[in-house]
Design a protein around this ligand. Structure first.
Ligand code: FEO
Ligand code: CA
Ligand code: CA
Ligand code: CA
Length: 598
């Protein structure tokens, strides 16, 4: 093991932590601290965090809310780095006092927009292996929000389906939101997934819109009350929702660059996208559509990756042209052996083969009745038409850089087998799947540009002490940490899998956390809990730098069920509730956290 080789992140797994505990719990011998918190200023020390007087203009200059995806792009000198962080959504009920006037309510909606999006922040430290500090006012610091201009790339750029009265070209979109997971590309840019965009719009509710959950009802956020483009019933804004639900690409090294929305990667509730370079040099991106009974996708580039592309100009075009596929899974066990409990079939494994069904090949639609634009903008409907496999909420999908095998986190699906919904299938073998599972997918011939694959379920999650039907790649269930609702996956330098979770409290009664899962040898499937996040939070964006004995996570939505005056979490400042200072606020602050070995 890594520990036996001399101390790369050795740890004794922590015990699971009760769902009400408002602590970040790490193993013995480790220490944690936030790198940056919601409301920390990016551009000037004069900007002070005070939720009771916060304005949209100030929030634009501070870290956004609900830290999700993160990566730390280290300079080779080990002493400087760039942090890129998504801000998935806001929770106004615990961010500031309730509005008492219409003017205040309107301002809070603009604060919400400013607290969405992404942040780019420079980090520094004196020596490798030490904890980082972020640098206020550093040249690369940047906020991207719900109003930042984006260009549109790929075959659907300029499509009539993307035009509005403000943008008759269909190529210039304001903002990104609900940015969930993501991935750093081999050329140094960051991809981010626009996930639950439907909750931000009032819409007519056409069949195409309904397939994405867009409805005529007023939204909870009420952005349509302050900006008419969020009411897609308004003439001239019918297509505004079509301009969200994309993978976006940000170049963190060029603060003046305009970020891009990639239509070639399809439009759905994108969890994220992660890239692998094939032996041929083609670039492959894997993507999940995070909703019950939705699909798994991949993109294969037309052009090839160019090493030494100093300004990234060639490589930044790679995601703009190529082919888009959706996955169909086939099980190898008799259907009557898939009982819906999670009990293993007689061959001892949930496994089989599959194929990548083409939706667009080299820019040309392969779906009868759909133009290329329609496939890319109404991707879910195109995937329905070709008979893709309905999955249990595919979240993060990531190729292992050591082996090329692809890991698919299916977080849960409590609706499987209920009502008229589809029942258990071999790749989604549980009805009312509360705990989720992780699939290991192997491209045929280890060629990610191909269309055939094999697969097996690696983890059937749950608490083995309470559930007879868990599975950990054959490792004895009594010897693993309970785990539920896998969401993000990551790999350390040895190719060991790490999984972070979202939803464990409601499923197994423990706080969400981060787990190490060896994939090779006798320890394969031995799930070991590394940390636990505070009450109400999910664990996001894990980054594992085992050679530096360092782990990074985003702590998203701590205390999310609280209200102003009745907060459920005080993480990470732990100031007394009612305290309003920028270093000891009495309320929760979603944060990017570093954990290091003492
Ligand atoms: Fe935003 Fe799919 O979790
Ligand atoms: Ca089988
Ligand atoms: Ca997620
Ligand atoms: Ca999630």
């Amino acid at each position: 093991s890594a520990a036996a080789r001399g101390g790369r992140l050795p740890f004794v797994p922590i015990a699971p932590v009760g769902a009400a505990v408002d602590d970040l719990v790490v193993p013995g011998g480790y220490t944690w601290a936030p790198i940056i918190r919601w409301g920390d200023p990016l551009f000037s020390e004069d900007d002070r965090f005070d939720p009771t007087t916060l304005t949209a203009e100030l929030q634009e200059r501070m870290l956004g809310y609900n830290a999700d995806y993160l990566d730390i792009l280290e300079h080779p000198n080990g002493r400087s780095a760039v942090l890129v962080n998504n801000h998935e959504y806001t929770n106004e009920a615990i961010m500031f006092p309730p509005a008492t006037t219409p003017e205040q309510l309107a301002e809070q909606r603009w604060i919400g927009m400013a607290a969405h999006g992404m942040s780019v922040v420079e980090l520094t430290r004196d020596r490798k292996r030490e904890p980082w500090r972020y640098v206020v006012g550093a040249p690369l610091n940047r906020r991207i929000t719900a109003t930042t201009p984006f260009t549109v790339s790929g075959p659907a750029a300029g499509s009539p389906l993307l035009r509005t009265q403000d943008d008759p070209t269909g190529t210039l979109v304001l903002g990104t939101f609900n940015n969930c997971a993501g991935g750093t590309t081999p050329w140094g840019t960051v991809l981010s997934g626009e996930e639950n965009f439907q909750g931000y719009f009032r819409a007519e509710g056409t069949p195409e819109q309904a397939r994405y959950g867009l409805r005529p009802d007023p939204t909870t956020r009420g952005w349509e009350e302050v900006d008419p483009r969020f009411d897609a019933r308004t003439p001239g804004y019918e297509n505004e929702p079509n301009r969200f639900g994309w993978i976006v690409e940000v170049d963190p090294y060029d603060p003046t660059s305009t970020p891009v929305k990639h239509t070639m990667l399809g439009r759905f509730k994108h969890e994220g996208a992660t890239v692998r370079i094939a032996a041929s040099g083609h670039v492959v991106a894997y993507m999940g559509d995070d909703e019950r009974f939705e699909y798994l996708y991949k993109f294969v580039s037309r052009d090839t990756y160019r090493k030494g592309d100093r300004h990234r100009e060639h490589n930044k075009q790679l995601l703009s042209a190529g082919s888009l596929y959706v996955a169909r899974f086939r099980g190898d066990s008799p259907v009557e052996e898939i009982t819906g409990t999670g009990a293993l079939p007689s061959d001892g494994m949930f496994d089989g083969t599959g194929e990548w069904l083409p939706l667009v090949l080299d820019g040309v639609s392969q779906v009868p009745g759909f133009t290329t634009d329609e496939v890319l903008v109404h991707t879910r409907l195109a995937a329905d038409a070709v008979g893709a496999t309905k999955m249990d909420r595919p979240e993060d999908v990531e190729p292992n850089p050591r082996t090329g095998r692809v890991y698919v986190a299916c977080t849960n699906n409590t609706a499987r087998g209920t009502g008229t919904n589809e029942g258990a299938t071999e790749p989604n073998p549980r009805t009312r799947n509360r705990n989720g599972h992780v699939i290991e997918l192997t491209e045929a011939g280890d060629d990610p540009t191909g269309t055939a694959f094999g697969w097996q379920i690696l983890l059937l999650c749950g608490d083995p002490a309470a559930n007879p039907y868990t599975y950990f790649a054959g490792f004895p269930p009594e010897a693993v940490s309970p785990i539920s609702c896998p969401d993000n996956v990551a790999f350390d330098g040895d190719g060991t899998l790490w999984v972070s979770t979202d939803g464990a409290p409601g499923a197994i009664g423990y706080c969400d956390g981060l787990f190490k899962v060896p994939l090779e040898g006798p320890e394969r499937g031995r799930v070991q809990q590394f940390l636990s996040v505070p009450t109400g939070a999910e664990t996001c964006g894990p980054v594992i730098r085992e050679q530096q004995d360092m782990v990074y996570v985003a702590v998203q939505h701590p205390g999310e069920d609280g209200t102003w005056g009745a907060q459920q979490s005080l993480f990470p400042d732990y100031g007394a509730e009612g305290t309003v200072t920028d270093d000891a606020w009495g309320g929760p602050r979603p944060s990017v956290v570093q954990v290091w070995r003492d």
